[in-house]
Design a protein around this ligand. Structure first.
Ligand code: GDP
Ligand code: MG
Length: 357
């Protein structure tokens, strides 16, 4: 768009997504044109710029922020000799890398197949280049040869499997509830530091090692608070702005755990100048998922990256958002964070009342 007010943010986000997917970004090119070239999307001059940039940096991948048609991908691929993908494929690729549970993997495959289906054309040998994202993870080479009917069958089969898993999960969740362990889920924008915090806690003296917890799935750990209370903590995939409609289910599958959480820990990268709009994005998604009424604690992460001149500001902001400032990487302030979590999870209403007296 010629006058996109969110241009900067979109470039930043696409760059972040690419980084999350494991891509090294060597440069970006913006085209401000009222109507895109139907064949190449971008003009001839820009196409040349792209090729020069790619050659200079030995790049082999070209990511578009907009959706592309198969013929556009083919045309651009042929004239630039670059692998061409769009934002949706990039996100699908991240989900494919991150989906750890069986359920998450199935949801991602369904999303990939649904992305593929309308793009599938008879005897389209360029097709293999259109799927699978960066690492070629995707429905898989063999599946590329199957026709639409079989893709549809596959989707139906996966959906049935999902239903079964979902029922099994309910049972597991109930069992977990019976053990009476409180659960905390890490949420937040991509790159906020959720996984880092999860790993730091799991490697620290706070990890509760017990046979009882041996059966937890890999993204869940049992953590001990300074006063020896135990709760479970779960890592999740990050939140992404403007998620294509077809991807929302896959995204939510990785977030199903949220509904059984006793507390949502909203991790914010406070060193990111864009952090307020990222908080807004997360809140919007929470609203869409009907999670706004859940107990939530905000965590301002990456305080180690802040210059001393901003300390006062962050202090004021922490106060305003009732947030706990931490450094997940260095382990700063984790005691305070865990004490706060403990207070929220384990204090009975009576204790709150007597506190006030
Ligand atoms: P996630 O997408 O929310 O899971 O974020 P990650 O945990 O993958 O972290 C994203 C990036 O931020 C990684 O490069 C981390 O090393 C970095 N990071 C996370 N926490 C901190 C922190 O407290 N300080 C600094 N300086 N970097 C951090
Ligand atoms: Mg993560």
């Amino acid at each position: 768009e010629p006058n996109d007010p969110y241009l900067e943010e979109r470039i930043f986000e696409l760059r972040e997504l690419a980084r999350t997917a494991g891509v090294t970004v060597v440069g970006e090119i913006v085209q401000k044109k009222p109507s895109p070239d139907p064949r190449y999307v971008i003009g001839k001059g820009k196409l040349l710029e792209v090729m020069v940039l790619a050659l200079r940096n030995r790049a082999n991948l070209l990511i578009f922020d907009r959706e592309l048609t198969p013929s556009q991908v083919r045309a651009i691929t042929e004239s630039t000799d670059l692998r061409v993908i769009d934002r949706t494929q990039l996100i699908l690729d991240i989900f494919a890398q991150r989906a750890k549970s069986k359920e998450g993997k199935i949801q991602v495959e369904i999303a990939q197949l649904k992305y593929t289906l309308p793009r599938l054309r008879a005897k389209d040998d360029a097709f293999s280049r259109l799927t699978g994202g960066i690492g070629g993870r995707g429905p898989g080479e063999t599946k590329l040869e199957i026709d639409k009917r079989r893709i549809k069958d596959r989707i139906a089969k996966l959906e049935r499997e999902l239903e079964k898993i979902s029922q099994e999960r309910d049972i597991k969740r109930k069992r977990r509830k019976k053990l009476a362990f409180k659960t905390v889920a890490l949420i937040g924008y991509t790159n906020a530091g959720k996984t880092t915090l999860f790993n730091t806690l799991a490697k620290s003296q706070y990890l509760a090692e017990d046979k009882l917890f041996a059966t937890l799935d890999p993204v869940t750990k049992a953590i001990r608070t300074p006063n020896n209370q135990v709760f479970l903590i779960t890592d999740t995939v990050g939140f992404i702005r403007n998620l294509p409609e077809d991807l929302k289910k896959a995204f939510r599958a990785t977030l199903e755990e949220l509904y059984s959480a006793d507390l949502l820990l909203h991790i914010v990268d406070i060193s990111n100048p864009d952090f307020e709009s990222q908080i807004e994005t997360v809140n919007q998604i929470l609203e869409e998922m009907e999670l706004l009424h859940y107990p939530l604690l905000m965590v301002f992460n990456k305080i180690d990256l802040l210059p001393p001149s901003e300390f006062q500001l962050i202090k004021a902001l922490s106060h305003r958002y009732k947030a706990i400032p931490v450094s997940a990487k260095r382990g700063d302030n984790l005691d305070l964070l865990l004490t706060k979590i403990e207070e929220i999870l384990f204090k009975t209403p009576l204790e709150y009342l007597t506190d006030k007296v």
